[in-house]
Design a protein around this ligand. Structure first.
Ligand code: CDP
Ligand code: MG
Length: 694
């Protein structure tokens, strides 16, 4: 911490505000403060230092400042696995240092950069630092790199750790600090053999853990009930509830806010008092996210309903009670089916312990687990599997290749991914022509890697000029990359649906999204217009920002951005052909029964997402997402012509690649195409096709 007697801020020469001193007082009480000298000493002596400490001990906010005081030459990067903490922590640290966010302290997340040349401490997502490593493999800009939340083991963190381990001998001046909660320290010690380990013991109070006697069939209901009971019958202290997703959280918040008042009326001997119920999840607008950190009036109980974002990376002061549903949404990749989905999955014992720990930060607390003791012992895995073992690696492999890491098999992974998953990624990139048959980066792959989007989307972007629709494809990509722009209002269902209908396109969702974007542009991004038309203004604004960035990259790559929108339907066809050029591995065929489609090659049966614009059943659709819930849905779909499939990637659609019902269809398709290519024999072939049909 800066000299407390000084009244002038050394970073910007301005006098310190009174708020600065107030925050400083709190900072001096954090457990990490006692280890400051030790941290600085070890960082001076060793290139890599491991730092393990309880959540809330002050690692993320303080360590970059400790290092800054050592006056390093370059900037300090501090990586975060998630976007929200990167933003909120940088804001907090800017406050602590009494500087303007974006100046000495800043953040960079995908599509959003609040940093400048002045920035000395930059919080950024691990994905963004990987991106920087693509253009600057030695990461020369930074003299210190702090890999935070390493225990989360996101795929980006894992690759970053491997990359930086290779970088260390090439950059003797670089200092690396790997920080984590007390979960994976042994693994990291084995991986960074010579690095000293600093242990920060947090001041934790005891937490009593309660289990359910019998399994709960509906954890949302159980969470609402439990939180209500806590509010009525337990002493003061805030409540933190862990649920799985936005919908669940919003439902629970609404029900709690209303239900508690009713419960208070009907119970005689209970505590009665106001509550402030607040949601917390990553897609929540930043203004609303901030509310969870704010103090509530004396006597009001704060109830935060959060995803596992509040498990380790964010600390909410004042929590005394934790309600843990026992689940979280996790990425699960099935390499056989080539499907990646976010599934509600039981958490690990380690996660459960982390969650309960959140109750004992300021005084002894209680944790209510909405599952049985037996379930904890027998059903929960000891540790969460690292993401690299359960996600699609397409984009990561492309990035690694771009960084010049060609030998993936011998890359020093903290934990190597399964060969099958790696093969799937290489295969996809080969089909997309990003890698050649020997696995080397092609010029197209080189261009694709520059885009901060999935490889399929990048392929569609780089091919769009061939169809004279570069700008339109960038707009579609942007709309696909932001949070759902359509507000579904249950109370005003008809009106919100009616509003959506104006953007309808007969071919389906991709062009529907484009229509929506064009209408937004035509109305100058007006916020009132968005509200009237049930559009999420924040999503639309974000999309506009994404368009600007994608178009910027396309121009820099020298791609032709002229559009030929003369003939309406023909132009729509061009756009759809460009989409297929990127997404031909995500195509489904209509089955004769039950409105079902079947995905090609993986043979997963699914129906169209109910809110789709597509109101007919074409033979083929291209889709963006396969959603697995109680049902299987194809989301963001567009009708396509079979001709475009063979044109997009002949090898992928070779007949031998298919089995069963899809094989028949492709046999016909190939026969028909051959017939069309040999005009003199057209008649005879046409008969053939009919023959094949019977
Ligand atoms: O990284 P670690 O979990 O060890 O702790 P931290 O994120 O650095 O948080 C240390 C303390 O800073 C917390 O206990 C909060 O009191 C405070 N903090 C805050 O008030 N607002 C934030 N956005 C982040 C942290
Ligand atoms: Mg932290």
């Amino acid at each position: 911490m800066t000299d407390t007697s000084s009244t002038v801020n050394p970073y910007n020469g301005k006098p310190f505000s009174s708020k600065y001193f107030k925050i400083l007082e709190g900072r001096q009480k954090l457990p990490i403060t006692e280890a400051k000298d030790q941290i600085q000493r070890l960082v001076r002596r060793y290139q890599t230092v491991l730092l393990v400490g309880e959540t809330g001990s002050g690692k993320t906010t303080q360590v970059p400042q400790f290092v800054l005081e050592m006056n390093p030459e370059g900037a300090i990067a501090c990586t975060q696995p998630r976007r929200v903490p990167a933003m909120s922590v940088s804001e907090r640290v800017a406050e602590e240092m009494d500087v303007t966010l974006g100046d000495e302290v800043g953040y960079t997340i995908r599509f959003d950069d609040v940093s400048s040349d002045k920035t000395r401490i930059k919080y950024l997502t691990d994905g963004m630092l990987l991106r920087e490593a693509m253009t600057d493999p030695l990461l020369k800009k930074y003299s210190v790199i702090i890999l935070d939340e390493a225990h989360e083991r996101t795929v980006h963190t894992d690759i970053l750790i491997g990359t930086i381990k290779e970088l260390i001998p090439k950059r003797p001046d670089l200092r690396v600090i790997v920080m984590s909660a007390t979960l994976e320290e042994k693994k990291f010690q084995k991986y960074f053999v010579d690095a000293p380990l600093i242990h920060i013991s947090g001041r934790m109070f005891g937490v009593e853990v309660y289990y359910c006697r019998a399994p709960e069939s509906n954890y949302v209901e159980a969470a609402i009930r439990t939180a209500t009971q806590i509010h009525l019958y337990e002493g003061p202290g805030d409540i933190l509830i862990f649920l799985c997703g936005e919908d669940e959280i919003e439902t629970a918040c609404e029900r709690l806010q209303n239900g508690i008042v009713i419960a208070e009326h009907s119970s005689a001997n209970c505590h009665k008092g106001p509550v402030a119920v607040l949601p917390l999840y990553s897609s929540l607008p930043p203004q609303q996210q901030k509310k969870v950190f704010r103090a509530v009036p004396e006597g009001t109980r704060k109830i935060v309903v959060a995803t596992n974002i509040a498990e380790t990376s964010l600390t909410i002061d004042g929590v005394v009670f934790v309600v843990d549903c026992g689940f979280s949404k996790q990425k699960v990749f099935n390499p056989k089916l080539r499907i990646e989905s976010l599934l509600v999955t039981p958490i690990s014992q380690a996660s459960a312990r982390q969650r309960s720990g959140r109750a004992g930060r300021t005084r002894p607390g209680k944790c209510f687990r909405l599952y049985t003791r037996k379930a904890y012992d027998t059903l929960l895995q000891p540790q969460t599997h690292p993401e690299i073992l359960r996600c699609n690696l397409g984009s990561i492999v492309l990035h690694m290749k771009k960084m010049g890491i060609d030998d993936l098999v011998h890359f020093d992974f903290v934990e190597p991914p399964s060969p099958e998953t790696l093969m799937r990624a290489l295969e996809l990139l080969n089909y997309l022509k990003a890698l050649d048959d020997d696995g080397f980066m092609t010029p197209a792959g080189d261009q694709m890697a520059v885009f901060p989007v999935e490889p399929e989307m990048a392929a569609m972007l780089i091919h769009s000029p061939e169809y004279k629709c570069g700008t339109e494809i960038a707009k579609i990509c942007a709309m696909m990359s932001v949070q759902n722009p359509f507000i579904q209002n249950n109370k005003e269902f008809t009106r919100s649906n009616y509003a959506k209908e104006q953007f309808y396109h007969q071919t389906g969702d991709h062009l529907g999204l484009l229509n929506t974007y064009l209408a937004y542009e035509a109305n100058d991004g007006n916020i009132d217009w968005c509200h009237e038309n049930y559009l999420n203004h924040r999503s639309m604004k974000q999309a506009q920002n994404v368009v600007r960035q994608l178009v910027g990259i396309m121009r820099r790559l020298g791609l032709d951005m002229s559009s030929d929108s003369s003939a309406d339907m023909q132009f729509a066809n061009h756009i759809r052909r460009a989409i297929v050029r990127g997404f031909f591995t995500k195509v489904a065929l209509a089955l004769p029964t039950k409105n079902q489609f079947i995905t090609l090659k993986d043979d997963v049966k699914a129906i169209l997402w109910p809110a789709t614009f597509l109101n007919r059943r074409p033979q083929f659709v291209v889709f963006n997402e396969l959603v697995l819930t109680s049902n299987q849905y194809l989301r963001t779909v567009t009708a396509i012509s079979d001709d475009w499939l063979l044109e997009s990637c002949p090898e992928y659609f070779a007949v031998d690649e298919f089995e069963g019902v899809t094989r028949q269809v492709f046999e016909q398709l190939h026969r028909r195409q051959k017939a069309e290519q040999a005009p003199s024999k057209k008649r005879a072939r046409a008969v053939d096709v009919v023959g094949g049909d019977s």
